[in-house]
Write a protein that binds this ligand. Sequence first.
Ligand SMILES: Nc1ncnc2c1ncn2[C@@H]1O[C@H](COP(=O)(O)OP(=O)(O)OP(=O)(O)O)[C@@H](O)[C@H]1O
Ligand SMILES: [Mg+2]
Length: 533
Amino acid sequence: MQDDANAFPGGVVAPLLPGAPLLAAKDIFKTFGGITALGGVSFDLVSGEIHSLMGENGAGKSTLMKILSGVYSDYDGTIKIDGSRMRFASVRDAEAAGVAIIHQELNLVPELTVAENMFLGREPLIGGLFVDRKTCTREARTLLARLGIALDPEARISTLRVGEQQLVEIAKALSLDARVLIMDEPTSALSPGECERLFAIMRQLAASGVGIIYISHRIDEVMQLSDRVTVFRDGRHVWTRAMADIDEDQIISAMVGRNLHRSEHARDGADVGRAAVLSVRDLALAISDRRGWKQVLRGVTFEVAAGEILGIGGLLGAGRTEILQAITGATEGQVGGQILIEGRPVTVTSPVDARRLGIAYVTEDRKVQGLHLHDTITDNVALPRVGRLARFGIRDFSGEEALAANAVRTLGIRASGTDQVTGTLSGGNQQKVVIGKCLAADPRILLLDEPTRGIDVGAKSEIYELIFRLAGEGMAIVVVSSEMPELLHLADRILVMSEGRQTGILDRGMASEERIMQLAAPRSLRRQGKVTA
Ligand SMILES: Nc1ncnc2c1ncn2[C@@H]1O[C@H](COP(=O)(O)OP(=O)(O)OP(=O)(O)O)[C@@H](O)[C@H]1O
Ligand SMILES: [Mg+2]
């Protein structure tokens, strides 16, 4: 499949686009210790284009973007901006040359506000000394409004949801007025509406001459946005082609290097007659913020049987994640209502209680809640089992190692070995480690929040197979997902949330994207009859 001739025939961009060449990277090599992340790739960008970069987890996409944006300066190969050779020593350096990046892993300071994060390191000053907070806040507010982002510039980052934090990252990068904008999976935690707004902004920017490098595992987004697509596989360039010349299947087979049979894994309906493993009655959650107490959940009632997969759908902020947090005690808010496991009422005040009761929770934010990024894969995966594996108080290192090796194998984690430090894995592979860690605890109930966020198509169908297999073994599973095809594919029933309330539970046969959207719409829209099936 190697087709490098197409990328750089004599240094000319092919297929030729009308825009002026903005950025050209040629023969880039980058290794980390013994791992070759990039084995000599080339990539170019012309002004006014949206150029998507696709590839499986670990293909080297983020590594190249970090080189282009000044995060890494030790690499081999050349980078030209407007035809002149450049080697950025820092992110500031790259920004000065007009290159801005929205990182895949959020890079915000949780203790600071939205506005402070947006202007970090380049705050407007008073008398050259003191940060001009007023101007900072005002400018942030103007920019957020222009982007149609409904966020309080004075809100602390730590109080925001992952999707909201992603919006702050985006606003921050856009505030730099860059000519080259790199977006490394900017939409992975956004709602469909927010994605659309972002796409409109991207098209506007491109029309004004900005070159955009776009990375996403959502092929439909890539299809609708891109002018050109480049595919990387295992740190190598496979091809660069105009969107008009290719289709989805060609992209996928170039990514995985084989024809992927799309898993239309029709599930034999779960045995609905079975007794509930998890019952939730009248679940409520109130959280306190700067303005006092706020009711974020009320009246949520559902049951999940052994072997059943319950999907939870709804818009960003509808209370989906909060349901999982309330069930597992992973919240500082006040939880109301009743939780029963196999018919017995239980009290869960902390994630430790939840684990003891056999509930595993894969959170949407792996960085904060899921992983110890400085530890190895083995340390992370075996963590919940260290106590149980040990005999007479002596840790069973080979048992821990075997557990991790098993996770690496069954989940297809791409790593140099089980001793690789988790923080150095590609984004998608970190997500697989989080899932491996939860499964190592041998849970009866598995709660998954956006389980395939940032996961490539191949690995995604592997994770679906895994979820089906676990359900087949009798686990009760709850999946929160923003991707409707994912919910429809996985779930036996789908509970839909809107503004903290449950608006319906759809049986598999009844569920469709339209039905879910209808139930997910805010009350004001539903009342006006603006949402119809
Ligand atoms: N700091 C690092 N130390 C060691 N290895 C690293 C480091 N950063 C990246 N790697 C390795 O380089 C390879 C490429 O990683 P990269 O993050 O570029 O992949 P990616 O294409 O962005 O994947 P994803 O779709 O999962 O985000 C992976 O094998 C990864 O483990
Ligand atoms: Mg990446």
